[in-house]
Design a protein around this ligand. Sequence first.
Ligand code: G3P
Ligand code: MG
Length: 256
Amino acid sequence: MIHRPNVTDPGRVIAHRGASRVAPENTLSAFRAAAAQGVWWVEFDVSLLGDGTPVVHHDGTLERCTGRRGPLTDIAAADLSDLSAGIRHGDQFRNGPLPTLEQVLDVLEELHLYANLEMKPHDVPTGAIAAKVVEALATRPWARERIITSSFGHAELAAYRASAPNAPVAVLFEKPPRNWRVVVDQMQAAAVHLNFVHLSESLLREASSFGIDTRVYTINQPELMEPFREHGLTSVITDHPPLFLELDDWARWAKE
Ligand code: G3P
Ligand code: MG
């Protein structure tokens, strides 16, 4: 049985790491900005700190987003208040926190957003992130209908699937291998997520014919998706949703 978020016509534009062109990626400000831009969906990355706290952060190291040297696993939850995740952005974001998964889930609930939660297993034992994500989502009944979990780490995704047999899952590839559908079937996944440069009409046709959703990342050029839009492309994951939402062809998927 395939599990998918229970939506009839969800928005097709997903804000990558939140509205990451106008706010620091993967921060509460980025998710609030995405909602203000009119998206239904955001994508974000989940990694673990050294004490096992799940946080919303892309890299395995801190430097790019916070300026602090060293791996993420060097710090614990108590250290988060010393960090700003907005060092590359304007003054209004300068003191924005690097958020925990719990803080982000609270904001998604408040804003009624859907989300693609991507697990990033940097240097932690297989299954460690999956266990934390399962635990965090278990107490939030709305998440079952509104969050789809993905990972490039297919062993991590398999661990998640084993602990959450009814949760929506997407298999994430850079470039789908020939047997991509076997992997999707093994994971009982609802969707395949891939780099837009590897999207093809034949993949879309195959996915559609088996009821598999297709989402592409990270696409900031709407004109490149035009040939695929009517061939079953489910969603685009973009750094700047207005690029799509301001076009007539995509605007009808904006949240009111
Ligand atoms: O989940 C889609 C996309 O975010 C995957 O790439 O490196 O931006 O997490 P990355
Ligand atoms: Mg990601």
